[in-house]
Design a protein around this ligand. Structure first.
Ligand code: SIN
Ligand code: CO
Length: 372
């Protein structure tokens, strides 16, 4: 992607300017970010997705008793009648199921893949919404069908309404208000209060991001580093030939403390193991994802990644769907191109070494990528 090119998607800003001025900093309303945008999924198709076991969905309604939340799978019969106002259906991860939605998400790849979460679709009947709230993540809210009135404001008071099944701000103060029409988009940084209310039947697509916490990263990385510990380390036992006779048998030997400290320090200082663990974690596919195996396909015309595949890299490794591979030289360059562009053409495939080509064939068999 040319990050110096002005995009109507970003209201005439270049991705560079957008990231510098708005990303994580301040909201941006973009009228006609995607002019002429048509829904990529019909209402019936969205409802069908909401009924599936492998799709995360939620039904939110506001009634006399306050807010209600029902988690999916939601069959058609679990949804209120279309004539009833005030309810909304949220379907997560639609990009994993629908190629056109996956392709729409690609327009946001001026943000690293490791930060992108998914595309969620919300359907609402008139006055439907999820109430005034704030999210911990950046979001692009793209109006796709019908109109939605958005009110937003700085988060002055994060207190939530008590006893509700979802997070509703107790004291939401709107500073700005707009009605979004199909093709319009609103970008919000994390922790901006917002409330979107459907003005008639409406569909909104949210491009959501993931920001792992320090604790989550530390846990996931260390768990993987431990799993990768080689057999040698397992067999190194504590030895104490110099242990004198003790009159305080309850006291922990200092040597044992130092031995353990050393083992932990060695584990954490293993740069390669750290890089692999991090890349494997960040490239892990979503838990509900499975790939269809394909056997013995001809890849000579080129390859493209499956829409569910997550491929990333660092200076020394390629990470693909939770696996890591060491890569150097021309193979590494080509694999990085595959990660960045999600495809390789015939000429690029022909330049791969026999080993890398064999890997490509293995990945095609696994359903992680497909022939062009
Ligand atoms: C919605 O699309 O209804 C909710 C999205 C959000 O507020 O984050
Ligand atoms: Co929100």
């Amino acid at each position: 992607m040319d990050i110096t090119q002005k995009l109507s998607l970003l209201g005439g800003l270049t991705p560079e300017q957008f990231m510098r001025r708005h990303w994580h900093k301040k909201p941006l309303l973009i009228r006609q970010a995607l002019p002429g945008l048509q829904p990529l999924l019909s209402r019936a198709e969205l409802f069908e997705l909401a009924g599936r076991e492998d799709v995360e969905s939620r039904l939110i309604a506001r009634g006399d008793q306050g807010w209600s939340l029902k988690r999916g799978p939601l069959t058609r019969r679990a949804l209120p009648p279309l004539t009833r106002p005030g309810w909304t259906l949220l379907v997560q991860g639609v990009d994993l199921h629908q190629q056109a939605v996956h392709e729409l998400l690609q327009q946001f790849r001026f943000v690293p893949d490791a930060r992108v979460d998914d595309l969620m679709i919300s359907y609402a009947t008139d006055t439907g919404g999820v109430g005034p709230h704030f999210d911990s993540y950046d979001v692009f809210l793209l109006q796709v069908q019908g109109r939605r009135r958005w009110r937003i404001g700085r988060l002055a008071d994060p207190a939530l309404l008590p006893g509700m099944p979802l997070k509703i701000l107790e004291n939401f103060v709107a500073e700005q208000e707009w009605v979004l029409e199909p093709g319009d988009m609103l970008y919000l940084p994390p922790r901006w209060a917002h409330d979107g209310v459907a003005d008639g039947e409406c569909m909104t697509y949210s491009v959501g991001f993931r920001a792992p916490s320090r604790a989550e990263l530390a846990r996931e990385v260390v768990v993987r580093m431990l799993e990768a510990l080689d057999e040698d380390a397992v067999e190194v036992l504590y030895r104490d030939p110099d242990q004198p006779a003790t009159t305080t048998p309850g006291a922990l030997p200092l040597g044992l403390n130092a031995f353990a400290r050393d083992a932990v320090a060695d584990l954490l200082h293993d740069e390669d193991s750290f890089a692999c663990a991090l890349g494997e974690y960040l490239s892990e596919p979503k838990p509900q994802v499975w790939f269809e195996v394909g056997e013995g396909q001809d890849l000579s015309a080129g390859v493209r990644l499956d829409r569910r595949s997550r491929m990333m890299y660092d200076e020394r490794h390629i990470f693909f769907n939770g696996e890591s591979y060491r890569a150097a030289g021309r193979d590494a360059r080509l694999m990085r191109t595959l990660a960045d562009t999600r495809s390789l053409d015939a000429k690029q495939v022909a330049q791969l070494s026999p080993d890398a080509r064999a890997l490509l064939e293995q990945w095609a068999d696994d359903g992680w990528l497909h022939p062009l």
